[in-house]
Design a protein around this ligand. Structure first.
Ligand SMILES: [Zn+2]
Length: 110
């Protein structure tokens, strides 16, 4: 799960000016737009659990058949078995889970 931030100039309905707006994206979906002039914020609900399971499914789909079958058969059992599997996975997976956890904690902080 990835969080990105970008600035674009946009017309702000709140202060009625063309101003820089700060966009926050989660997995390419806009989650927040903030006017840098008046601070007015627009939030979009991003379903984190849905994003997370979609991403997880995409990762797993590229893994050997056994995992994919297991995943389809019993999602919750598979989820609970993940911590054991991670130990054997490369650093990129660890990094991915750390990023995901960061996104979740930032998202819940507000
Ligand atoms: Zn504004």
């Amino acid at each position: 799960m990835k969080r990105n931030e970008m600035d674009f100039e946009l017309f702000c309905l709140h202060c009625q000016e063309h101003e820089e707006h700060h966009f926050t994206y989660i997995n390419g979906e806009i989650s927040k737009v903030k006017c840098t002039n008046c601070g007015h914020e627009l939030e979009f609900k991003v379903d984190l659990m849905k994003e997370f399971s979609r991403e997880l499914y995409e990762k797993i789909a590229r893994k050997p058949q056994r995992l994919t079958k297991e995943y389809k058969e019993d999602f919750s059992k598979f989820i609970s078995s993940i911590p054991v599997r991670i130990v054997k996975k490369p650093y990129s997976v660890y990094r991915y889970l750390k990023d995901t956890r960061d996104v979740f904690s930032n998202y819940n902080k507000k």
